[in-house]
Design a protein around this ligand. Structure first.
Ligand SMILES: [Zn+2]
Length: 451
């Protein structure tokens, strides 16, 4: 295993800079999507890229692309990316670890006089966290055309109430130019991307439990959600004097719905990849002496199986109608679910990641990703994608200020032999391979137009 001390120093230097966004009053990292803080973090990383002579540009959606030239510039590039925005009171490593790992791997090659086979582009996608504008992976969805011009004005910031367009312009971007390019389908030349690899902390305990350093993602789970919730309408009545048979108790009906629904999900989970929860269940205007008139529930499912995603809305409807009937409720409202497609990671990249890890002597295992990532958006746009998860301590806690990168809070994650260092070594190894089995491009390396 080569010496990665220079690469690890680069990583810890960048993280020292990112510490500026630790906000004691807000209770963690404060770096909203399309904010000045997010831009500052991108700038900090771009400085490191500039020092290595990389070509730095920003697309019209505000994503940063930093290109290190490869031996053969006619090959489509290897894009390595993730995000730097954070959920409110977020942790230090969600998103940033992937970008910093890419920079550290390049630093290692740069310092040891090696050149990547194809151009390597370190990309920082904007606005990955849905916590701020109610939409995840905005930066990657803009370049794949999954978001349209209307979204720029429709999406509102959860704290300021202002539109996404407003916040983009505040960041020095041109939301009107983006709107025009979205219409014309000319935000980004996707053909330029040969492969996309995203390194990310696991955000879960699977690698810790299996005692594996790295995870090779097989697929990113899709989801069925009910953002507008499901409502059961009963009838308010005195909870002491109303005969049982005459009650139309919305809360009891909703509880039975949830328990039946959960039993069905459990059956499905016995045979296929599936996790489920009910993020919200509450009585509207509760009173301790009133039979509840209205109860709201919000089920959620995540799975890599398209079959299950198609089946869950139907099953939910069946349970909903049966419950209304059984409890003789006046009515209820079954809102439309939002369905996010699962994304499969490219088999050849899974194999390449695994053989690199094996060759370097790191333990790894294949696993699905429960959380959504920019890699899922690009994969569904037809770009070969791979994801590498890093094990991290405290039960893999994430979206939380307590998030750590090492195995324990006292650990230095930026040392030779750490799980983070292992991920960097795998990336560096991949960069020196020709990953483009599909041949070459017939055009010159693309120069991005800065926003
Ligand atoms: Zn993330």
């Amino acid at each position: 295993m080569p010496d990665f001390s220079t690469a690890m120093k680069t990583a810890s230097d960048i993280y020292r800079g990112l510490e500026a966004h630790w906000n004691e009053a807000k209770g963690g990292i404060y770096r909203p999507s399309y904010s000045a803080e997010e831009t500052q973090a991108m700038d900090l990383i771009a400085r490191e890229a500039h020092a290595m002579g990389m070509k730095i540009s920003m697309d019209v959606a505000g994503n940063a692309h930093m290109i290190y030239p490869g031996k053969d510039r006619t090959r489509p590039m290897l894009m390595i990316g993730s995000h730097v925005d954070a959920v409110p009171a977020g942790g230090r490593y969600d998103g940033t670890a992937g970008v910093v790992a890419g920079m550290a791997a390049l630093k290692h090659l740069h310092e040891s006089g090696q050149q990547p086979e194809q151009d390597v582009c370190i990309t920082i996608f904007r606005g990955e966290e849905s916590a701020w504008f109610g939409m995840s992976c905005m930066g990657s969805k803009f370049i794949t055309g999954d978001l349209s011009r209307e979204f720029l004005k429709a999406a509102k910031h959860k704290e300021t109430g202002k539109t996404l367009a407003h916040h983009m312009d505040f960041c020095g971007l041109d939301s009107r130019d983006l709107a025009d390019k979205l219409d014309a389908g000319k935000v980004f030349p996707l053909k330029r991307i040969g492969n996309y690899i995203e390194v990310h902390i696991e955000q879960g305990p699977a690698l810790l439990e299996a005692q594996k350093s790295l995870g090779i993602v097989t697929a990113i789970r899709g989801h069925v959600r009910y953002p507008d919730k499901i409502t059961f309408n009963g009838e308010a009545a005195h909870s002491g004097s109303t005969p049982q048979a005459m009650r139309k108790d919305a809360a009891i009906a909703a509880s039975v719905f949830v328990s039946d629904w959960v039993r069905s999900m459990k059956d499905l989970a016995d045979h296929d990849d599936l996790v489920y929860s009910v993020p919200d269940i509450h009585v509207v205007n509760p009173s301790s002496t009133t039979v509840p008139a209205q109860c709201v529930v919000q089920p959620e499912v995540r799975t890599t199986s398209q079959r299950i995603l198609d089946y869950v809305p139907e099953l939910t409807k069946t349970h909903f109608l049966r419950t209304i009937n059984e409890f003789k409720l006046p009515d209820g409202e079954l809102t439309s679910p939002v369905i996010g497609k699962p994304a499969t990671m490219e088999i050849s990249l899974q194999d390449a990641l695994e053989s690199s890890a094996n060759r370097l002597g790191f333990s790894s295992m294949r696993l699905p990703s429960g959380a959504g990532h920019d890699a899922g958006i690009l994969a569904n746009a037809g770009i070969p994608c791979g994801m590498l998860f890093i094990r991290h301590g405290q039960n893999g806690i994430s979206h939380n200020a307590e998030e750590i990168l090492g195995l324990d809070p006292q650990d230095n994650p930026f040392r030779q032999g750490s799980d983070f260092c292992n991920a960097v070594a795998v990336l560096a190894d991949l960069m020196t391979q020709d990953l483009n089995r599909n041949g070459r491009m017939f055009f010159k390396p693309f120069d991005f137009v800065p926003a």
